[in-house]
Design a protein. Structure first.
Length: 326
């Protein structure tokens, strides 16, 4: 995969891709790349207006004729389980299958707040919203032919997962709150979910070998992180902090350390379209895995803790009311 770029992506004609947070940053660049390869891209956005503006920008930016790009902007607010459910129901009514689901949207290091359903926002949006979305789209993923032999669930994490620690006595930070600690936990939760999903897919396939309902299940769960990509995420974090020094620091860090969003999107695109194993972790292969083109790496030991993964799964099912059919 040395030097892998969007030029190495296969054609995606006839496939359906769902990208959360598609209106900016990594989601925007991923949507552009998928659409230019011929996919129908469902842009799952909290704001339909911002999503439509982004879709217009993508059409103008692409070398393709506007009529050759199939972009479907739909509302999906990951901070609302009702919104996630309505999005999934609408998709099931209009599409027969989803070949690729990119769990990309997220919030980073914001002051403590709660989602519509009472969850701490970083944990609720970054993990629980995507958990619920994946579970409710699972029948469409099962029905897909996929890419390179399998449909994909791609979950975007971060190098910040290494600072995350699971505390099942206070998952929603009601006893104490540190915005960066909460972000790290949410990104660790992304990985625990991605790897546990693949284990359950493997177990379902094994149990279906004798003709059970999951016989022939062709689906892969893959995790990724973008490295240090200069996107709106840092700007939003600085704005919500209310700290002028953070604004200056984030701007300087983006300029010195950051790679552009198009390069930051490559691990997600590789995870979604290349021939990678389920349970893989795709990251930049350059300096400190913060820059460069994609490579298969390894996340920290805590992300592979099966006990924590099972506890998180059980909590997530109870919290969201969403159960996976595997």
């Amino acid at each position: 995969m040395q030097g892998w770029t969007t030029d190495d992506m296969p054609r995606l004609d006839g496939t359906t891709v769902v990208v959360t947070g598609a209106n900016s940053g990594l989601g925007y660049e991923g949507t552009l790349a998928f659409a230019e390869k011929g996919a129908t891209v469902v842009m799952a956005c909290r704001s339909v207006d911002r999503g439509e503006r982004a879709a217009d920008d993508i059409r103008r930016e692409s070398d393709l004729d506007e009529s050759d790009m199939d972009l479907d902007v739909r509302e999906c607010d990951l901070a609302s389980l009702d919104s996630v459910r309505e999005f999934a129901e609408g998709l099931a009514a209009d599409y027969d299958a989803v070949d690729i689901l990119c769990n990309n949207a997220g919030v980073m290091a914001i002051p403590r707040s709660e989602t519509e359903d009472g969850f701490e926002t970083q944990f609720g949006v970054n993990h629980l919203g995507h958990f619920a979305l994946t579970g409710q789209l699972f029948p469409l993923l099962e029905a897909a032919e996929g890419v390179n032999g399998a449909a994909r669930v791609v979950t975007q994490s971060s190098g910040a997962h290494e600072q995350g620690k699971m505390d099942f006595s206070d998952l929603n930070w009601e006893q104490s709150y540190g915005k960066w600690k909460a972000y790290g936990r949410s990104k660790l939760a992304n990985l625990l979910f991605a790897y546990e999903l693949q284990r359950r897919i493997n177990d379902a396939g094994a149990s279906g070998e004798d003709g059970g309902e999951n016989d022939g299940l062709s689906l892969r769960s893959v995790a990724c992180h973008p490295g240090y990509a200069a996107t709106n995420l840092q700007h939003r974090t600085a704005e919500e902090s209310g700290n002028p020094l953070m604004k200056v620091g984030m701007k300087a860090a983006n300029a010195v350390l950051g790679q552009d969003a198009a390069t930051g999107a490559l691990p997600m695109l590789y995870a979604a379209t290349a021939d990678v194993d389920g349970g893989a972790y795709i990251e930049p292969g350059g300096f400190m895995n913060m820059r460069g083109t994609p490579t298969v790496g390894r996340s920290n030991d805590a992300s592979y803790d099966r006990g924590d993964a099972q506890m998180l799964w059980e909590y997530s099912e109870e919290a969201t009311g969403v159960e996976f059919p595997i």
